[in-house]
Design a protein around this ligand. Structure first.
Ligand code: ARG
Length: 591
């Protein structure tokens, strides 16, 4: 595993050396290098530097260029405009760098030198409730961040903070006590029930108990007493509560499975997992003065959080009746994650509508000293999923759309898309079915990941499975097309030839391939999977241009040219495959 310096970093280094040699007083200046359309790279740093040194930028730039020794990476540096540097690298440097990437299983991507431990809170549905599109976003974005961070060398601990606690369980449990066989599984002993069945059992129970709760005062009283039993840890009550959790998990896992997502039981630590810490959390907050009693409740106040009436809106850590809510659990979870899991970063992949909650929770934790310069907390807040009409996603009847139905529909549509082309590629029926799943689920994930998370996005299946445009199917086809070339290449095999002159499309593809590591680093540092998605889409586009302009098989080019092009094809395929895998999307070999 050898990390390979990118051409950008090599060029940057050469320029920095040139700067230091020509202008020792500017030794630490940043040349501000970026990719450019005019040349391969452009550096703008000398403009700011000239201002600072009160010099003529063009003249300074010329001196810097003169101070860079002859070398085999930089082909041409031209001073242009008011004092930019337009830089072209040699074809040989491109091919050599890519060959070094190809020789490494990680494509030369370096590990983050300051990696730490990140606890990611994602994929957190609620017990006894249907999962919705918001839960989908958290799961998809969170899973991608897990993979991306781990790829950079970060230690990642996953936490699925499911909603498995709260007053609604009093009602559910009491109902089950009074209707004891409602959750019995008809299936023979040992046989597993489907997620669908589990959810429909829970739905039925939820509706029935709710109806009773709303219509029968005596049941209501019994249900409330049951909440107290639950919180007091009464064994029978807890055992029934556990049945609801288990039944829900059957359902959750079936959805995660559909999503082709690996969620491990040990990582599911719901709200209930912090019960034992709640009292102590409150005590610490109260004793340290971070929280104060107000009208019986334990509250934390903030100067900048006020309600519409201008009065401060506190974070309520303990209600006046002694009950603990969402905030107490989250604060306790922070203590656990910092102290026991040794987190250096806490990342929360949660709906933007909970931003105020997290702002207050994080600030409270900072005041308590649980978060500090060594441990930070970040909410990766995502926007709302909208329907085609731009309104929050609902069925025609105005109900929330069931996630499972959406996923099934995505797979159905994708399967028809795959089927249309299947004959030409010679796919078997089982390949069609499998690819339909990969394409359908990939489409849903990609749509979610390819826009910046903070933005609301439209859930539009037609667009998602379209073969043209910025979709996962487009990327998956690009990958499969590359793979199919190798079957037609006869005795020609991929081999880098740095001695060859490159065509413009080869250079453009090569320079983009070389940026993979930088994009990964940026994606990880900014928690921005859409940057990786955008990179991959551009990679596929550049590949398409390359493929149109630079024949690989027919008309048959000279052997070395064919080998070098196959080499570019192979590295493109590997980069696409790796990038898509980090996003949680499969790339079938044949499509
Ligand atoms: N279960 C919550 C919901 O469905 C999300 C939990 C987010 N994580 C947390 N630590 N509060 O909205």
């Amino acid at each position: 595993m050898a990390s390979v310096p990118s051409l950008a970093s090599t060029v940057q280094q050469r320029l920095a050396d040139g700067l230091t040699a020509a202008l020792p007083e500017a030794a630490s200046a940043d040349p501000l290098l970026r990719r450019s359309d005019r040349a391969d790279f452009q550096a703008n740093g000398i403009l700011a530097l000239a201002k600072q040194l009160k010099g003529n930028p063009r003249e300074l730039a010329t001196r810097v260029v003169a101070a860079i020794p002859e070398n085999d990476v930089l082909k041409d540096i031209e001073v242009s405009g008011p004092g930019f540097l337009n830089i072209t690298v040699t074809d040989a440097a491109i091919v050599r760098t890519l060959a070094a990437r190809a020789a490494d299983a990680r494509l030369g991507v370096p590990f983050n030198e300051s990696a730490g431990t990140t606890v990611i809170d994602y994929a957190q549905p609620n017990v006894a409730k249907e999962m919705h599109v918001g839960h989908l976003r958290s799961a998809v974005i969170g899973a991608a961040m897990v993979e991306i961070l781990e790829f950079t060398g970060e230690s990642v601990v996953r936490r699925h903070h499911i909603g498995d606690w709260g007053t609604q369980f009093g009602m559910l449990i009491q109902y089950l006590i009074e209707h004891p066989h409602e959750l019995d599984h008809k299936a023979e002993d040992g046989a597993e029930i489907s997620g669908e069945e589990a959810m429909s059992n829970l739905n039925r129970l939820y509706k029935a108990s709710r109806a009773l709760f709303d219509s029968d005062e005596e049941f209501k009283t019994r249900a409330r007493a049951r909440v107290v039993d639950l919180q007091a840890g009464d064994e029978e009550t807890l055992a029934l509560w556990q049945r609801f959790v288990d039944e829900s998990k059957i359902y959750f896992y079936s959805v995660f499975d559909k999503l082709d997502m690996d969620i491990r039981d040990a990582d599911v630590v719901g709200e209930s997992g912090y019960n034992d810490m709640l009292v102590e959390t409150c005590r610490i907050l109260e004793e340290s003065g971070v929280a104060v009693r107000s009208e019986g409740a334990l509250c934390v106040f903030f100067d900048d959080v006020k309600g519409p009436d201008g009065n401060p809106t506190p974070l309520i850590v303990q209600k006046s009746d002694g009950g603990f809510g969402y905030a107490a659990t989250d604060l306790s979870a922070i203590r656990d994650r910092v102290r026991n899991l040794k987190a250096t970063t806490l990342l929360y992949v949660v709906d933007a509508r909970q931003s105020l909650h997290f702002k207050m929770v994080f600030e409270t934790a900072r005041r308590a000293g649980w978060l500090n310069d060594d441990v930070k907390a970040v909410q990766l807040a995502f926007g709302t999923v909208l329907g085609k009409d731009g309104k929050p996603f609902k069925t025609r009847e105005g109900e929330t759309v069931r996630l499972v139905d959406l996923l099934d529909e995505a797979v159905d549509r994708a399967t028809s898309v795959v089927r249309e082309k299947a004959e030409k590629v010679g796919l078997t029926e089982s390949e069609i079915v499998e690819n339909g799943q990969y394409v359908g689920i990939g489409a849903v994930k990609y749509a979610d990941l390819s826009t910046s998370a903070a933005r609301d996005y439209k859930f539009d299946l037609d667009q998602m499975v379209s073969l043209n445009g910025d979709t996962s199917v487009y990327l998956q086809y690009a990958y499969a097309r590359i793979r199919s070339i190798f079957g037609k290449a006869g005795d020609r095999t991929p081999l880098a030839h740095p001695e060859l002159e490159l065509a413009p499309a080869e250079r453009a593809l090569g320079l983009h391939l070389d940026q993979f590591g930088e994009v990964i680093a940026e994606t990880a540092a900014e928690y921005a999977p859409h940057k990786l998605a955008a990179y991959l889409y551009q990679l596929a586009s550049l590949y398409t241009t390359f493929y149109d302009q630079c024949p690989v098989i027919k008309p048959e080019p000279a052997r070395e040219v064919a080998e070098n092009r196959l080499f570019l094809c192979e590295l493109t395929a590997r980069t696409l495959h790796q990038g898509m895998a980090l996003l949680g999307i499969r790339t079938p070999e044949r499509l």
